[in-house]
Write a protein that binds this ligand. Structure first.
Ligand code: PMP
Length: 434
């Protein structure tokens, strides 16, 4: 793809690492996209790809869904960013709350990172404690505390990544002092650590379906229950970070899916229908204590120029309308199931041991291990082969995400899934075996 190569050379002269942080994974250079529709993307040289990135999550309905496009167009003509109350955001909050009754209070923000940062800040203010606990391999966005134990490729403790921290200038390890890292899907060990640090912890934050280095691995319900019980014993705020799985586990979210209600949740990605929108909320008691009119000394700062921008709200609301009225979620889920099934089959046919994890429209592969329950299993896998598959797929016309799980959408038809399977089949057929 000559146009992409030429643009990549230009991009590296102005953007560090080319285009975005993730572009570096698409060696030797990423494709530059011209347009996208449904489950496919076309690059500037006219090559079409089946897209499994889906914008890293927001595009649950696929690219360019007509209901979303026309809602955004209509809204752009009315008002773009008033920074004033608007009826749309109120309506959308009420509709989300109708699906997620645990959202007694909600604040919209722009990104998942802002949502997790705000939820943590709320928990710290509500409890008057500083430390937080997170699970090994879970990703919660770009804030400093979130970067502890997220990295996919280097195991915790490797020389340049102590404890798996994404480091900068040697500062990051000091952040570890504020963060306790818990083992994922290990109820007993996690509860023991929560008990040990109990009275110092403001919050325990967890992903209901581990994202990047979490390996697309769902929390086991008994595990989530044990974490809930342990946090209750010590008055710790439990936060479910539903940014990736928002609306994907069902419109009622992870609490309904796992049968466990946390104190706070964060939502994002698909709730904006493809535009930047996220939120945090949950317990009225906590939210009012730190954001309400009587918050006093516990009041937290929470504001932003683009908060509740009507374009994002309109897009999110239009997407939710489609999810409510059509079987869009079932379509995305059945594409995900078909993909998991097909991938297991293709690994088997090449005699490559592999675990394929995920739930619904979230799919991740772990060649080299036969089961994956936590990040340690992920890191035991054949990460080089994972990388070969990802890069090989690009050459075969499939955009496989470099870090996070593959994601299907309501626009992924059986033929798209078939194309992915034959791409992986072709790559495995070529890969040298040891
Ligand atoms: N939490 C989770 C679980 C995520 O998957 C992500 C994004 N990958 C984030 C937080 C951060 O969201 P954003 O990229 O919108 O800041």
């Amino acid at each position: 793809t000559p146009r992409s190569r030429e643009l990549w050379d230009r991009a590296r002269r102005i953007f560090p690492q080319g285009v975005s942080g993730q572009a570096k994974f698409f060696a030797p250079y990423p494709v530059f996209i011209a347009e996208a529709s449904g489950a496919t993307i076309t690059d500037l040289d006219g090559r079409r790809y089946v897209d499994l990135l889906m914008g890293a999550g927001p595009l649950l309905l696929g690219h360019g869904h007509p209901a979303v496009v026309s809602a955004v167009r209509r809204q752009a003509e009315l008002v773009i960013n008033p920074m004033l109350p608007n009826v749309l955001s109120l309506e959308y909050a009420e509709r989300l709350q109708a699906h997620m009754p645990h959202l007694e209070r909600l604040r919209f923000v722009n990104t998942g990172s802002e949502a997790t940062r705000s939820a943590i800040r709320a928990a710290r203010a509500a409890t008057g404690r500083l430390k937080i606990a997170k699970f090994e391999g879970n990703y919660h966005g770009s804030d400093d505390f979130c970067l502890v134990s997220t990295h996919t490729r280097e195991p915790a403790g490797s020389p340049d990544r102590p404890e798996g921290v994404l480091d900068y200038a040697g500062v990051a390890p000091r952040i570890l002092d504020e963060v306790v890292v818990l083992p994922y899907n290990d109820a007993e060990a996690a509860a023991a650590l929560i008990d040990e640090h109990g009275d110092e912890l403001a919050a325990v934050i967890m992903e209901p379906v581990g994202f990047s280095s979490g390996g697309g691995i769902p929390a086991e319900p008994g595990f989530a229950r044990a974490v809930r019980d342990a946090t209750r014993r010590h008055g710790i705020v439990l936060i479910f970070d539903e940014v990736l799985c928002s609306l994907r586990l069902g419109l009622a979210g992870a609490p309904a899916y796992l049968g466990v209600t946390p104190d706070l949740v964060t939502i994002g990605k698909a709730v904006g229908g493809g535009l930047p929108l996220a939120g945090f909320g949950g317990s009225a008691e906590i939210m009012d204590a730190v954001l309400g009119p009587d918050a006093g000394a516990r009041k937290i700062f929470q504001s932003g120029t683009f908060t509740e921008n009507p374009l994002s709200i309109a897009a999110g609301m239009a997407a939710l309308g489609v999810l409510e009225s059509e079987n869009a979620l079932e379509r995305a889920d059945s594409a995900g199931e078909a993909l998991r099934r097909g991938l297991r089959e293709v690994f088997r046919s090449h005699d490559v041991p592999a675990a394929v994890t995920g739930v619904g429209s979230i799919v991740q592969i772990h060649p080299g291990v036969t089961a994956a329950r936590d990040r340690r299993d992920v890191l035991r896998g054949d990460l080089a082969l994972t990388q070969d598959i990802m890069l090989g797929c690009v050459a075969e016309g499939v955009l496989w995400p470099p870090v996070h799980p593959a994601l299907t959408s309501a626009a992924h038809e059986p033929a798209h899934v078939e194309r992915v399977i034959s791409a992986v089949d072709a790559v495995l057929g070529r890969a040298p075996r040891t």
